[in-house]
Each structure stands twice: as C-alpha cells, then as structure tokens.
Design a protein around this ligand. Structure first.
Ligand SMILES: C[S@@+](CC[C@H](N)C(=O)[O-])C[C@H]1O[C@@H](n2cnc3c(N)ncnc32)[C@H](O)[C@@H]1O
Length: 326
C-alpha cells in the first residue's frame, strides 16, 4: 500500500551552495549534496563494505530492540506512526516496519528525504509491505519540519545512521531543538549516534569506515564533482582530484575532503564562474561528528529532550537513544 509522493519542495539550492562554497576562502560544500544522482546508490554500496560498521551496528540494534522501541512509542493496540528523517534506502527501518505489522497488523510510514530519487527507490522496494501505508515526503529537514505536527497520530520519529553528526555540532543541536519544538507530548524520537573513540573503540575503526579498501567512499565523494559537471555545466577533470579523510581525535569527528592534485582553474558555465585551485587545496565535503554519552546528554537537555531509553550493539560502537520532549 502506498500513497503518492507528497512534495515539500526543497529550494533549488544546489547551484547557490556550490557558488558560495567554491568561492569562499576555505572551500566547502554541504554534505547533503553528496546524495542524489549516483550518490544514493554509492552510499548504499558504502553501507555494504566490511569497513562501514555504523549500518551493521544500527541494524543489529533495530533487530534486537524493535519490539521494545515500538512498545515504548505506541499503545498496546495501536502502532505509532513512523516518520523517518533522511530515510535513505530504509533498509534498517524495515526491521521496525516488519515488527509493527507483526504486532499490530498494520502501520503508517512517512519516509522524509531531500532526494526524490531515494524516496522513489525506497517506495518501490517497500511495496511488498502490503499492510504498511507509505507516504513519502520530499523535504530539506534543516529548513522544513512543519509537516511533523500535521501528522496527528502518536509518532515515532527516526533520525538514524548518525546523520545528526553530518552538519557540525551547532547545527546538530539546533536540529534536535527544532525537532523537539515540532513534537507533540506523546511522540518519541529515536536518534542514532555513532560513538566517538574510547577504551573500547579504537580510532582506527572509525577512520577505516571512511577509507574502505575498495575506494567506494572515495568514489562517493568524487561523484560530487561529476554532479556539478552534469547539473551545472562544470568542467571538473575528476582524475585531477583525490579523496582524503582522517579522524580528528580532539574534535571527535571524521573529516573528509577532496584535494586538488595540481594547480588548476575549473570553469562552471551555469554559474558563470571559474574556480581557481592551488595544488593540494582542499574542498571540505563532510564532517562526521562522533559522540560520547556526555555530549548526547548535554545536547538533548539543551534541546528540550529527555532520554527515556537507549540501546547499543554488541561491540558498543553505536547507540540509539529514545527521547521525549520535556
Ligand atoms: C547518510 S544517509 C542515511 C540514510 C539512512 N537514514 C540510514 O541510516 O542509512 C543520509 C540520507 O539523508 C538524506 N539527507 C541528507 N540531507 C538531508 C536534508 N537536509 N533533508 C532531508 N534529507 C537529507 C540523504 O538524501 C540520504 O538519503
């Protein structure tokens, strides 16, 4: 069962962001532009690499605790309406949907993503869930969460995959606050946090997740230049850039870049722009913040959220925290 796509159209911000990002002193492009075009499929490939533990860890958590999470979020008779922010391919969420149908006989699912392509793929993949009503929403969740209160039933809002860490700590906090502001008192919010290095989790485990041997993550990042070529008339010679990513233990985050191998000028005709690169100059493509329990508690408290439960995988590399609004 599935409804037609509900469009909350994101602004045409790709061109604007590329112009701003490539003309600033320190070149950077918001990480959500890594998705769309081939980006969604490449990210799916990353999640299947041996090195990328976050997806496997969170999948294990959702497999083990789907029932507990649903019981916390719905009532004995009625499943919560599941709303997923940045839903991607929804593979992990299938565990919750399966359990909801098993326990309650049916469920409602609103996947929300900035990538229309991603939503269409997800909708087709989940068409096998006959007892699940799927209502995709295309929206930029950093700009538009007003659809949340319009979904009036008791909700379980998901923000998985540690996507909360992809925008820098200030934006993570402000997004948590905006989600909290748009929650009703009976709603629950489940956020997936990738944990920072600690006595149990070596830095190298994190670093390797972004530096897989098959170079899939490198391709995912370099695809951004191809996207600029295809969508904005860019003339990037992708072979003249390389991917570089390292873990910063002080700031507890993985930092990913594209590096220009040579001094070069690149024309982007639709922007009427020529971008000058020095040799070894970087474009920041993503900070992937990692968290410790203290950081999570501090951010949640300041955002007006109270943790009611939390779940970890066997290795304790990843945590899913369940919140209510205070
Ligand atoms: C890292 S993937 C995670 C997907 C899935 N939640 C998971 O855990 O595997 C991030 C997803 O969020 C989407 N996304 C990124 N920025 C977004 C934004 N500002 N608004 C809505 N969706 C966004 C991307 O299109 C992508 O599908």
């Amino acid at each position: 069962m599935s409804k037609k796509l509900v469009l909350v159209k994101p602004k045409s911000e790709f061109a604007e962001d590329i112009k701003k990002g490539l003309t600033s002193n320190i070149k950077e492009i918001p990480s959500y532009h890594l998705y769309g075009e081939k980006g969604d499929q490449l990210f799916e490939k990353i999640t299947l690499t041996n090195e990328y533990y976050p997806t496997r860890s969170e999948l294990q958590i959702l497999e083990s605790y789907a029932f507990n999470i649903l019981m916390h979020s719905g009532s004995d008779e009625k499943a919560p309406t599941i709303v997923e922010l940045g839903s991607g391919n929804g593979t992990k969420t299938e565990k919750l949907l399966n359990k909801a149908v098993e326990v309650y006989g049916k469920c409602n699912y609103y996947p929300v993503d900035i990538s229309q392509q991603s939503l269409l793929l997800l909708k087709n993949r989940l068409s096998k869930f006959e007892h699940c009503l799927i209502s995709p929403v295309e929206a930029n969740i950093y700009e538009n969460l007003e659809f949340l209160p319009r979904i009036q039933s008791q909700k379980l809002i998901l923000f998985l995959g540690s996507s909360i860490g992809n925008m820098g700590i200030d934006k993570s906090y402000s997004l948590m606050k905006r989600i909290a502001d748009n929650m009703s008192p009976h709603d629950k919010l489940l956020i997936g946090f990738d944990l920072a290095h600690n006595g149990n989790k070596p830095q190298e485990i994190i670093n390797r997740a972004y530096n897989d041997d098959g170079l899939v993550t490198a391709q995912f990042n370099l695809n951004l230049l191809r996207k600029i070529n295809n969508q904005l008339g860019g003339e990037f010679d992708v072979g003249q850039f390389e991917y570089y990513s390292h873990y910063n233990p002080e700031l507890k985050r993985q930092e990913s870049f594209l590096k220009s191998k040579i001094k070069q000028d690149v024309r982007i005709s639709d922007l009427n722009l020529t971008v000058r690169f020095c040799k070894d100059e970087y474009i920041l493509t993503e900070f992937s913040q990692k968290f410790d329990l203290e950081m999570i508690a501090k951010m949640a408290g300041a955002a007006g959220l109270e943790q009611v439960d939390s779940y970890t995988d066997k290795n304790r590399y990843f945590i899913n925290s369940l919140f209510i609004k205070t």
